[in-house]
Design a protein around this ligand. Sequence first.
Ligand SMILES: [Cu+2]
Length: 503
Amino acid sequence: MLKKNRMTERFHMSRRTFLKVLAVGAVVLMGGGYLLRDRFLNDGNPSSTATDVIRGQRLPIPDLLTGTEMDGKRVYDLIMQPGSMTYVSGKQTATFAYNGNILGPTLLMHKGDEVVINVTNQLGEPTTTHWHGIHLPAIMDGGPHQRIENGDTWQAQYTIMNEEATFWYHPHLEGKTAEHVYHGLAGLFIVKDPQSELDLPDQYGTDDIPLIIQDKIFDADGSFNYPGTRFGVKGDQFLVNGAVTPVFDAPAQFVRFRLLNGSNARIYNFGFSDDRQFHQIGTDGGLLERPVPLTRLRLSTGERAEILVDFSGEENSQVRLVSFSSELDNINPIWNSNALDDSAFDIMTIDVKAATANPITALPASLASINRLQEGQAARTRPFVLEMGFSGPMTINGQSMDMNRIDQTIKLNDTEIWEVTNNSDLPHPFHVHDIQFLILTRDGSPPAENEAGWKDTVLVMPRETVRIIIHFSDFADPVKPYMFHCHILEHEDAGMMGQFVVV
Ligand SMILES: [Cu+2]
């Protein structure tokens, strides 16, 4: 099997070389070349044919669900349902959503809360809802094994043990995750620590702003175009909280943005149009030790980052949130799916307005203490090799996802090092369910300061090895597995996923 894979790989190499020659030829023949390169070499993602996409609406803020108190538990109700939006003048866009027409409400939870979430499926087809980043029993994870048939309600019940951070929920049905998320199913969790005495912006919708960033392709009739291409669907229209390149009215003070890359496949390189400095304060699963100054923030699919941006004294000015995608290096150009990978583009416009009454006026010097797991604590090291070619299976350690095969068995209370190697020419964000990990090394070097916090998803660039350290605690189940997978949703659906049990 392994031998066969290697042979396939060699064949792909030569096909890649052939395509490169074709590209160079096209450039030489046509002079301009760019469009042709794009047409010949893209992975099949079309671009929007709708010319009158409505942009520049006010940024929608998802409703905040605080749950209702019942027998000492907080109960939340989510209904997955078809909806309708207007993205193209005079046209209706059919969507899927939780409790509305696009995306879902933000679930506010507190560390220590016992929560019950009733998830009702009215989509007309089966799906699941996974709690991305949450530490919970495997049977409550909402992965491919917790199918919710159309018309059914699945009840998830667990205690919030996570640190203060931003998490999210989305469907995770075997083979259908990409399509379901693309059509609008995703929402955020905000976990707060009642013990925290940090002075951070926390007025939801005012100075504490969720930003779910996604890209889509629109057809002329207004519908979402989902081409389902193998390498990952990348759109050419950018939505924040379900609105295309919207405008956010920011108060002239420190604003906290909770960024989620909720896209199917696109990696962003966020920054601002004036190249201003901002501070990252949180990673996927917790606050950093101290604010980290940045001018660029790379965020792959599934990852979250909390940042603080200082708009003090900037009333009546404007700045744009931009993705400087062309600066992303180490991505083989042959794999780029569209011209946007080679450019910078707007995500959102920020109109700075008057400050609120009692704004946060300073950055905290320190944020959190992180229990740094040490390499010496690890019981073992497990290799994970991610592979894909132009065709053939997408694999981890040579195998595609099989719902009936457990790939890894881990002992409860063990600490392990997982060594993730990307043996392909596309970047892959590697996600592990249930736990938060720390990055030990990225290609042999310690991670950047803004990645040195709790993570559940880490981008592994082509030919790179990332070593992460994980402690498996609290929940064991010899039968029900958790998943590990690439968070490019089309790769996941194509088999770049495996299962582990904790026993
Ligand atoms: Cu991938």
